[in-house]
Design a protein around this ligand. Sequence first.
Ligand SMILES: *Cc1c(COP(=O)(O)O)cnc(C)c1O
Length: 305
Amino acid sequence: MPLHIETPLIPSRQLSEITGRSIWLKMDALQAPGSFKIRGIGHACTEYVSRGARRLVSSSGGNAGLAVAYAGRSMGVPVTVVVPHTTSERARELLRLENAEVIVHGAGWQEANELALSMVGPTDAFLHPFDDPLLWQGHATVIDEVARMGLIPDAVVLSVGGGGLLSGVAEGLHRNGWSHIPIIAVETHGAASFRAAATAGHAVQLDSINSVATSLGAKRVCDQAVEWAGKHTIHSILVSDKDAVDACERFLADHRVLVEPACGASLAVAYDNAPVLAPFKTVLVIVCGGATATVAQLRQWAQTL
Ligand SMILES: *Cc1c(COP(=O)(O)O)cnc(C)c1O
C-alpha cells in the first residue's frame, strides 16, 4: 500500500466564478503529513527500505522532513532529521510528533545539510527534498489520479521550489499521454529560482531567498526541471508574497483548508485570474498544501506585508 492517499479532486465554485473558467482543485493539502511531498518521498523511502536501508536521514525542517518522518514511522524505520537553529518550534514539534530524532545544528540549512550528509552510513538512506528520480516518479501519481477520474485539464497550475513537483507533474502528464498540456509554474518574487534557470537555460544559484513562502526557498532548481523547460510548455509566473498570503486567507474562507504561502502562490494565479489563464477553459490547480503555517502567522503576514 502506498504511503500517500488518493486526494479529492473538487471543482471550486468560488474560483470558477472569479475567473469565468472551470477551476479544479487537487487537494494534496489533505495528505497525512500535510503536503504532496509524501507522494514522492513515500515512494523513495519505500524503495530505499526495500533495498536494505535501516534508517532514513533528512535535513529538511519543512514538509519534506515531515514526509520522511511520517514514512519512517509508518514503516517502523527510525528517522533522523537535522535542522538549523532557524527552524520554527512548530516544525520541530511536528517532526517529534512523528517520532523523528531531531538534531538542531548550524545557523542555516547548508550547515544542517552538511552534518546530515556526514551522518549517512552504509545502512542509511538520505532523502533529498526535490532532486531524486524516485521522488518525481512518486509525485507523478497526482496526475495519474486526475486522468483516472476522467478530468482533462487545459493547463496545470503548480508551485515551484526546487522543481521536484514540477518534474513529477511533467512526468505524470507524459506518462498519461498529456504531453501537450501546459504547466503554469508559480514562484514568489523572492524565491524565483526556476524563472532564473528558465531565462538562463541552465540552473542558476540565487544569492539569497527573500520570501515568506519558505517551502519555495530552494536557491537552485534541480537540472531535471530545466530539462523539462526545454521539452514541455511551461509558463513561469511570479507573484508577490502579499498575493500568496491573501490567497491563503481567501482559500481558508472559501474551502476551509489552511495552506502555506508556498501553495497560496499557485492559488493567487487563480484568485487574480492572471492573464496567463486567458487561453484555458478548464484549469487544474495542484493544492500542494504545507503544514508549517498557522492561522496566527498568516494573519501577521497579511498585516505586515
Ligand atoms: C516542497 C513544497 C513546494 C515546492 O516543491 P518542489 O518540489 O521543491 O518544487 C511547494 N509547496 C509546498 C507546500 C511544499 O512543501
